[in-house]
Design a protein around this ligand. Structure first.
Ligand SMILES: [Zn+2]
Length: 383
């Protein structure tokens, strides 16, 4: 819908195991299986990648791109690598010593030296890899095994019991002729969608935005469709920008066709009508200025606004000065000076007008520093 979007993928060891078995167990002919297998390898490779994902994706489709897109998770938050050679040797040896007949959970129990009847019956508490893996947690071992499977060092059995066995690729690693870097497992923060969307919405539009979205959700539920089928976010943005109050204006919003206009138009118009935008707030000033103007609009005093927003009184005046400068606010609404006092200050300012840079400082001094800088800014803005 033309809006910035984020995609995130969650995958774990179980997915790797299931997908591999899925390909192996399918009834497809060997040639088709090889193609599917290759596709799976490429996808797992992409998941475990520690370099730019966009670069890798485009390279897969034979397209050139810069080495770093600056936008994918690996670019914005480069994964830490660690030398996983010793851990890998332990993980692989454990598969080998237990006869390549067991799944990940069992192998990790052996590495942790767990007292378990099954392990004892198999005499796996007697083997050299029993209890040599206590430097890693179960989660960490699962991550190591997942990467080794994805990287093709380990294969999953065809019978579907999830037993792991070694591939030819393991030999140099087990002999110590090769080292391996693994990706450090980090907790990924879920991208904060609301925060991103909020930055596109002016503070004075926030309540209308929220109610248009909840109206959309209600309708979506009522008609049993996803919300974007009712209206895209981009359409709601345009409604907020243009605030159509009748069907003619509503019809001009892109994404509002004849059918949608008939079906939902009136409800959205009513919602917009119940959130009128005061002329003062109909501006393109910055968010922080508008936060101040919203409070000012509610007849809250300048001192109270400063307290509420935890900013200086002078800053509040500076914000109001922006509104005065754009003609949204009469200066005498803001400052409590008599007309002649105001005129005096204006002529003072004009007399210092050559001194462009620091015009206010000499005025401030000439007034014995008794008039707030912010008030001076408001007066300056009104000239
Ligand atoms: Zn990237």
């Amino acid at each position: 819908d033309g809006e910035p979007a984020s995609a995130w993928m969650a995958y774990g060891l179980q997915d790797v195991l299931t997908l591999r078995q899925f390909v192996q167990d399918s009834n497809a002919d060997p040639a088709h299986k090889r193609v599917e297998h290759h596709k799976l390898e490429s996808m797992l490779g992409l998941c475990e990648l520690i370099t730019c994902r966009r670069h890798a994706l485009l390279a897969y489709f034979d397209e050139d791109s810069s080495q770093r897109c600056g936008n994918c998770d690996n670019c914005t938050n480069p994964p830490e690598k660690w030398d996983g050679t010793v851990a890998t040797q332990k993980a692989l040896s454990c598969i080998y010593r237990t006869g390549q007949r067991f799944g990940v959970n069992y192998l990790i129990d052996v590495l942790h030296g767990k007292t378990d009847e099954r392990i004892q019956n198999n005499n796996h508490d007697q083997i050299s890899t029993y209890g040599i893996g206590n430097d890693f947690t179960t989660t960490e071992w699962r991550s190591i095994y997942r990467q080794l499977i994805a990287l093709g060092y380990i294969d999953v059995d065809t019978e579907g019991y999830g037993a792991l066995h070694l591939t030819e690729k393991c030999r140099p690693l087990l002999r110590g002729d090769e080292t391996i870097d693994l990706r450090k497992q980090t907790k990924q923060e879920k991208p904060d969608k609301d925060k991103k969307a909020a930055t596109l919405i002016r503070p004075q539009d926030q309540t209308l935005w929220d109610s248009l979205r909840s109206l959309r959700s209600e309708l979506a539920e009522q008609f049993g469709v996803p919300p974007y089928v009712i209206f895209h976010d981009a359409t709601l943005h345009e409604m907020i920008k243009n605030r159509p109050l009748n069907t003619t204006d509503m019809a001009h919003i892109s994404g509002v066709g004849k059918q949608k206009l008939d079906r939902y138009g009136q409800q959205f118009i009513s919602e917009i009508a119940s959130h009128p935008l005061p002329p003062l707030l109909d501006n393109r000033l910055s968010d922080t200025v508008n936060e101040t103007l919203m409070l000012y609009q509610q007849k809250i005093s300048i001192d109270q606004i400063a307290l509420k927003r935890e900013i200086k009184v002078t800053t509040v005046y500076t914000h109001l000065a922006d509104a005065i400068a754009t003609g949204l606010l009469p200066v005498f609404d803001v400052i409590s000076l008599e007309r002649d006092e105001y005129e005096t200050i204006v002529s003072l300012m004009e007399s210092f007008a050559n001194d462009e840079q620091s015009r206010l400082k000499p005025v401030y001094d000439a007034l014995d520093q008794e008039v707030d800088y912010g008030v001076l800014k408001c007066i300056q803005a009104s000239i």
